[in-house]
Design a protein around this ligand. Structure first.
Ligand code: AMP
Length: 616
């Protein structure tokens, strides 16, 4: 039953539950929705204030937690209880962040292990997932307050370079915050969507997304075709951003001789730092900054500013060069440039990025909001409000076919980019086999019975040939609509058959997750059963070929050889009925050892016979 709610703020009826888009950022986070009336994406704001919620969490002595502006106040005064940049720790072990540990002013537990980091506040320990969940909870609470309706479903963005562990950690944080995370979307993909890129089916474009935030810089080169975003390359610097610009301004002022007396004055330095950020923002629209602190005059002209920040911009441009190189493209192949992150408000940044790519940049949207707006668009697509458009970029689970012994043979591993095509050759097991069953499965387990069956069909009409001779090519093609076409073709005769399946449909994210989880919890069991099934298949094949050989060549074998072979075959047959891989291996080898000498002898005789009378 569809839920019906009333938005008290607008008085509008909401038939479907709203799915929100969330930009869970390193410095700031925000939440956006598609406005029920205008159908346009909007960032949620309380009382027309700003939409950004600083990604900062403060813990007071009584265990109370505050998030956002409220928490940010304590950054300098209570560094041990105030957590910032939790996103940098997502899915990381202490080893991963050791080189940057001085960056964090709170306590990160220094365990020399590979396990995920923990943060200590007072006598409590928190994981980055829990910390991120506090931010998400705050965003959820704000959204519910503004929308006057429960918010339980979300799309959350992550950097394009986030690996599986980091993506999973983000999902888990959502779950902890009481959100059903319908999709994790790449930040550059979301930013492009916000500019309407890729929303037309016929859109074919190559996009550079330049994202300079408070503490990180990312450049991503994306290609969009048929509603599918593909990340061609990413580059950047995880410790480069607006904070570094504040730093160079602060140092510029501190160089003045009159400042010598203040160099160790912590309070002064903190205040100066804030002035530096004010100056930076001021200079995005004005030419000169002037202020005063503790009787010191603080001056910065636009030309001075541009000189001192040039090395920072240069670093970002050199990352752009690397990203282009990795994508295998030239500057003129880039059709669109999208600007993301608060620091792209600096006119010199826009100018130099535009000069580098030789095109104007897209900067009409608020660079702080653009990722969340795109996430809201994606959420709307998932809600089914934009039925013509399907955003698929990777396969959630592996796709494969059933082979001997009920084993899953993966043709397309999970996370394959789509569209995609793969093919593999198989052959028959029996002489004169005229048909071959192709069972198509989705999942990560080793036995097809533990995976999800998508389809089955029979390739018939294979001309009679000895076992092992037919070449049956099975190909999987996932097209832009996410439809899987499975084709089987016998290459010698050209007989072919194909079938269309829709692998994504009917599986919720949760089911996908459960299937992935099952593959991990059953990993050992799966490895054992695969080894057993492989041993059984090998043993069965050897029995069949030996039997055939004996039938054909019994006259050429001694009575002893025949008897020994029959006995060993029997022993192998018995071993096959027992689930003991080592025993099957031992008996297979025994039969091989017995048959090899006479098989070689008979082969030599055949060759000698064939060569008789011929001059070699
Ligand atoms: P983000 O991480 O995208 O929220 O970016 C925040 C960064 O953008 C901070 O370093 C801000 O100081 C910076 N920022 C915000 N507004 C401006 C502006 N008008 N000019 C320059 N930098 C800005």
């Amino acid at each position: 039953m569809a839920k019906v709610g009333i938005n008290i703020a607008t008085g509008a009826l909401q038939k479907e539950e709203i799915i929100v888009g969330i930009d869970l950022g390193t410095t700031n986070s925000l939440i956006a929705i598609i406005h029920p009336e205008s159908k346009k994406p909007v960032a949620l704001k309380e009382h027309d204030s700003i939409s950004l919620v600083p990604s900062v969490i403060h813990f007071d002595d009584n265990g109370n937690i505050s998030v956002g502006e409220e928490a940010k106040k304590y950054l300098l005064t209570e560094p041990g209880n105030t957590i910032f940049s939790a996103k940098r720790l997502m899915g990381k072990s202490y080893k991963d962040i050791r080189d940057h540990s001085s960056f964090f002013s709170y306590k990160i537990i220094d365990s020399e292990t590979e396990s995920l980091v923990k943060i200590q506040v007072g006598n409590k320990f928190y994981s980055p997932v829990e910390l991120s969940s506090f931010i998400l909870k705050e965003l959820k609470k704000r959204a519910e307050h503004i929308l006057k309706t429960p918010v339980t479903k979300a799309v959350i963005t992550v950097p394009a370079y986030f690996n599986d562990t980091q993506r999973q950690a983000t999902r888990d944080a959502g779950k902890l915050a009481g959100l059903d995370v319908l999709r994790i979307v790449n930040e550059p993909t979301a930013a492009s969507l916000a500019y309407g890129l890729g929303l037309q089916k016929e859109d074919h474009k190559t996009i550079a997304v330049y994202d300079l935030g408070g503490g990180t810089f990312d450049i991503s080169i994306l290609r969009i075709a048929n509603g599918i975003f593909e990340v061609l390359s990413t580059n950047g610097d995880t410790y480069l951003g607006g904070d570094d610009i504040d730093n160079v301004i602060q140092n510029f002022w501190l160089q003045k001789e009159e400042m010598n007396s203040e160099k160790n004055n912590k309070d002064f330095l903190n205040a100066l730092r804030l002035k530096a950020e004010t100056a930076k923002k001021w200079l995005s629209s004005k030419n000169d900054f002037e202020d005063e602190l503790n009787g010191h005059r603080l001056k910065l002209s636009i030309s001075e500013f541009e000189i001192i920040i040039q090395p920072i911009i240069d670093k970002t441009i050199s990352c752009c060069k690397s990203a282009l190189k990795d994508s295998g493209l030239q500057k003129d192949n880039i059709d669109v440039i999208v600007m993301v992150g608060g620091s792209t408000r600096i006119p010199l940044v826009k100018k130099q990025v535009s000069e580098f790519f030789g095109k104007p940049v897209n900067d009409s949207l608020d660079p702080d909001e653009v990722v969340a707006l795109g996430a809201a668009i994606q959420a709307d697509i998932l809600a089914g409000n934009n039925k013509d458009f399907l955003l698929l970029d990777i396969t959630p689970l592996s796709l494969g076919i059933e082979t001997m012994g009920g084993l899953m043979d993966v043709l397309m591993p999970r996370n394959s980019k789509i569209p995609a095509k793969v093919a593999r050759q198989y052959t028959t097991q029996k002489d004169g086999q005229g048909a071959m069953k192709i069972g198509v499965y989705q999942g990560e387990r080793d036995l097809v019975k533990d995976n999800r069956k998508l389809a089955e069909f029979n390739l018939t009409g294979i001309p009679g040939m000895p076992a092992g001779l037919p070449k049956v090519e099975v190909s999987f093609l996932i097209n832009a609509d996410g439809i899987l076409v499975v084709k089987a073709k016998e290459l010698r005769s050209g007989v072919e058959q194909s079938i269309h399946v829709q692998p994504q449909y009917g599986l919720s994210d949760e089911e996908v997750e459960q299937m992935l989880l099952a593959s991990i919890t059953h990993a050992k069991e799966d490895i054992d059963i695969r080894a057993l099934r492989e041993a059984q298949t090998e043993g069965e094949q050897l029995l069949r070929t030996t039997e055939k050989f004996i039938q054909k060549n019994s006259g050429k074998l001694s009575a002893h050889e025949l008897m020994e072979t029959a006995e060993t075959m029997q022993a192998l047959q018995l071993a096959l009925t027992m689930n003991d891989k080592n025993l099957i291996h031992a008996k297979t080898e025994e039969l091989n050892n017995i048959s090899r000498p006479y098989a070689e002898r008979i082969m030599d005789e055949v060759v000698a016979e064939a060569l008789k009378g011929k001059n070699v």
